[in-house]
Design a protein around this ligand. Structure first.
Ligand code: SAH
Length: 329
């Protein structure tokens, strides 16, 4: 089967029964590091919504994990006078159950096609797009082929499958050397296009935070993580988290084609810095003096270039008639 189908099936099995987040799980995400992350994002959304005229809006989160980011963002938004209906796009039953505990009264969706169509959308996606399936092409001795996964005895192995016409490969990459790999993520493109179209009709904004690159480019980024360490992505499918880097340049171009304005991407550390993370950390530390060391550490993990600060980037999409979002100038 194509690598993309393998990744989709493996991740569906991986997420369905479990909560993979946190120190005792497989990986830790920004909202699980500190409440400051979700609070700042909530205030960023509330500020835009305020300057756009305070119309009735909906909070949408894609792949909300434990619901931590949503709970922190909604608390901060409420203080700014924004109390939107909440809509979650989530496929995992285990994750939905955790989200229901943190954010009672949310509405769940299997995909973005059923989101409300009558009001501005305030959309957040943190480490969501990296979980969507990528397809791969590989340069073999005699041209480009689709990379597929086959089962040999009890092992899954990636091999070069059917030939593809070289015209489907970006011109700049066609002459790449043998073994080169190109990835594409059609699901991410479809979701960004659908959301951008809705933003252009309904108003609103989206914040996408993930690690990624600006394609087209060669290089395999498909990776597996188990208990905070890298694993072989083709081994024991469904047992570890499969992710791939997000092609921000492609998503930006597609968002614009579908009617949204694109801002960034900018490094996560820069955005959080401009939006006042240091002040928030200082006031939290004053309120909880016993935790000041942990708060300083969380601040560092979220913003330092050697931690999540540069690897992760934030890209915003806005409706064409909405104001400029803070932090992207
Ligand atoms: N945003 C959260 C969780 C990131 S993990 C955080 O930052 O902590 C990825 C999340 O996306 C999980 O909630 C997972 O169940 C969900 N997910 C993965 N693939 C999905 C898909 N195709 N459709 C909807 N949700 C998906």
């Amino acid at each position: 089967m194509p690598v993309g189908r393998f990744m989709a099936a493996a991740n569906a099995h991986y997420y369905a029964p479990r909560d993979p987040l946190g120190a005792s799980g497989d990986f830790t995400t920004a909202p699980e590091i500190s409440q400051m992350f979700g609070e700042i994002i909530g205030l960023w959304l509330a500020d835009l919504w305020d300057r756009a005229g305070r119309s009735d809006a909906v909070y949408v989160e894609l792949g909300p994990g434990r619901g931590t980011l949503a709970a922190d963002a909604l608390r901060a938004m409420a203080k700014a006078g924004l109390t939107p209906d909440v809509h979650f796009v989530e496929t995992s039953p285990a994750m939905r159950a955790l989200q229901a505990e943190r954010v009672p009264g949310a509405t769940w969706h299997d995909d973005v096609r059923t989101l409300p169509v009558d009001r501005p959308l305030l959309i957040v996606a943190n480490e969501f797009f990296d979980a969507l399936p990528v397809y791969q092409l590989i340069k073999a001795a005699n041209g480009w082929r689709e990379r597929v996964v086959v089962c040999q005895d009890t092992l899954f192995v990636p091999i070069a499958g059917k030939s593809v016409p070289e015209t489907i490969v970006a011109e700049a990459l066609r002459e790449a050397g043998p073994g080169s790999i190109i990835e594409s993520c059609p699901a991410a493109v479809a979701i960004v296009r659908a959301l951008s179209r809705q933003l252009s009709y309904q108003g609103g904004a989206a914040l996408i935070v993930d690690y990624g690159y600006d394609g087209p480019a060669t290089g395999e980024t498909l990776q597996a993580v188990k208990r905070h360490a890298y694993a072989n992505p083709f081994e024991t499918p469904g047992d570890h988290d499969l992710t791939a880097h997000v092609d921000f340049a492609t998503l930006a171009a597609m968002a614009e084609l579908s009617g949204a304005r694109v801002h960034g991407p900018v490094p996560q550390g820069d955005l959080l810095g401009v939006l006042g993370l240091a002040d928030r950390a200082a006031s939290l530390a004053r309120a909880q003096p016993g935790h000041s060391e942990a708060i300083a550490q969380a601040h560092r993990r979220l913003t330092h270039p050697k931690e999540m600060g540069s690897l992760f980037r934030a890209m915003a999409l806005t409706a064409p008639d909405w104001p400029e979002p803070a932090g992207f100038a």
